[in-house]
Design a protein around this ligand. Structure first.
Ligand code: FES
Length: 155
């Protein structure tokens, strides 16, 4: 008995057909949505290895400045300005400064004030970094370009 209050049941074959259509529609819609998102890269761009450290006037001889968000130590002497990475050459921890150099908190490597290894397991000295000047005179440090140890940029 069917009526307005008791609608006729949907036959099983029709129900399965409708369920199949809905499933196919959802799958097609999901595929189109996925393809529409493909052209837009979902990775964050890596920060540039070059950064402006400041103007030379900010580094009078005898000053040391730690650029903590770049893990770089900038040292100014009468010979010029140099930059050294504070990344341990063992497994990449950030070294901390001690009275006689640097120490790595992860596995205990120790470095002298010039970054040379005093105690392993670090396989090599801390890396000195390239320092150049931008067109406006600001100092630019490139964390991807190694410089010879004790190379000071004349300002
Ligand atoms: S990461 Fe520095 S000693 Fe291992």
């Amino acid at each position: 008995m069917s009526g307005r209050l008791a609608p006729e049941p949907v036959p099983r074959r029709d129900f399965l057909g409708m369920a199949g259509l809905v499933s196919a529609g959802v799958a097609i819609f999901g595929s189109i949505l996925g393809m529409a998102r493909l052209p837009k890269p979902r990775v964050l761009p890596e920060a540039s290895s070059r950064f402006r450290a400041g103007h030379p006037a900010e580094f009078p001889p005898g000053t040391v400045k730690i650029i903590s968000h770049r893990n770089v130590r900038i040292l100014s002497t009468e010979d010029g300005i140099a930059a050294m990475s504070l990344i341990c050459t063992h497994l990449g921890c950030v070294v901390t400064e001690t009275p006689d150099g640097f120490q790595c908190p992860c596995h205990g490597s120790r470095f002298d004030t010039e970054g040379k290894v005093k105690q392993g397991p670090a396989p090599r000295a801390l890396v000195w970094l390239s320092v150049t000047r931008a067109a406006d005179g600001a100092l630019v440090v490139d964390t991807a370009r190694e410089a010879p140890p004790n190379q000071y940029f004349k300002v």
